[in-house]
Write a protein that binds this ligand. Sequence first.
Ligand code: FAD
Length: 377
Amino acid sequence: MGPKVLIVGGGPAGSACGITTARAGLETIVFEKGGPDRDKVCGDGILPKAQKYLDSLNLYEKVKKRGIEVQKIVTYIGNSKPIVVEIPVINLQRSVFDKLMRDKVRSFGGKLLYNSNISSVKISSGGVLIEDSNQNSYKGDVLVLSTGARVHLARKLGFSFSKENVGVAMRGYMSNNLRLDHCLVYFSKDMDSFGWILPCPGNVLNVGLGSLGPKNSLKNLFETFAQNTVKEISGNSEFISKPEGYPLRIGLRKGDYVSDRVLIAGENIDCVWDLLGVGIGNAIETGIVAGDVIIKSKFPYSKEQLSTYENVIKKRMGKTHKGFSSARNFLKSSLGRYLFIKLSTSSVRARKSLAKIMGGDLQPDNLFSLRGLLKNL
Ligand SMILES: Cc1cc2nc3c(=O)[nH]c(=O)nc-3n(C[C@H](O)[C@H](O)[C@H](O)COP(=O)(O)OP(=O)(O)OC[C@H]3O[C@@H](n4cnc5c(N)ncnc54)[C@H](O)[C@@H]3O)c2cc1C
């Protein structure tokens, strides 16, 4: 008999892991504290890297059908001219998107337990024992923690986290009165915050603001953005949902990713790219790799065996994460910012490189460095 895989958290990372292990015939249970339509505070933008992984999970067409596909992102840095990047982005509310992923776990025979808030996790030589807040307990052989930016369960198992990598973002929905048909992104000149306006299904706009730098007041920044830029773009729309905030874990974790019988995935390993605040594709990738490593590992799922997961993720993602952090620093310098804006508003080649970087197909230093800029002249 194969192992029993317990996955806590039914977001993109947990579901991608569940699809991978269930598809391979492993007994899989995903525990999700919300109900089937649980929402996640997000910009709802599914970029090319995420689309590629959705395709590998046979979900791309379904997601595309339910979402809105837009063909460009228009970016401003401070008062710069617009930087128009042609890139396919699918916008879809997370309440719908996450459910499509969880349903896929089920389609391969995996179990999904909704309203199952896991509060206790114990690991022993005999296996994994978890308990939800209603005192229901479950036994398994290997545990995946994919609880997103909330890392309390991983902490309980001895994984340590620094506060350094945590940003925060806020979003709400309003009517798309003026029928905006592309994504808009506005970076502050200091590159520490960025606002977005994204058209979503149901003729609504996802309006949000993320702060990745020193703690400015997110609420104040968000209100200023909503009162000025957003009012103009939305044709004076009002919020139809109360704007909500949520943390973002950025830049790829430096500490351990595994311990005996345990793997942590998605935002538990700080999978969000710096600069762009994008994490769905990375979360899916970590979930798939975690699932693959579980499939190839054997009892007793020791830390040594599972460490392949950490090695693969660091090898595949390390350089890009570092590149995005360096890119933000590059744009913080007035010279770097000036040269980048000048080139990306005048050179088709530079904008093509930017599209590839945003899509995860090119390392950020190919543009966000003096050498990179020269290559794109
Ligand atoms: C405002 C904002 C805007 C963003 N915009 C974008 C964007 O446009 N595009 C993009 O690619 N990324 C975006 N991100 C990042 C993206 O949302 C995350 O990186 C991604 O959701 C991480 O996936 P995950 O599976 O690791 O975690 P999550 O999506 O957070 O999923 C974790 C799941 O675990 C469940 N859970 C937590 N604790 C428990 C528990 N104890 N028991 C059971 N279940 C539990 C939660 O309910 C949740 O469903 C944004 C983030 C924020 C905050």
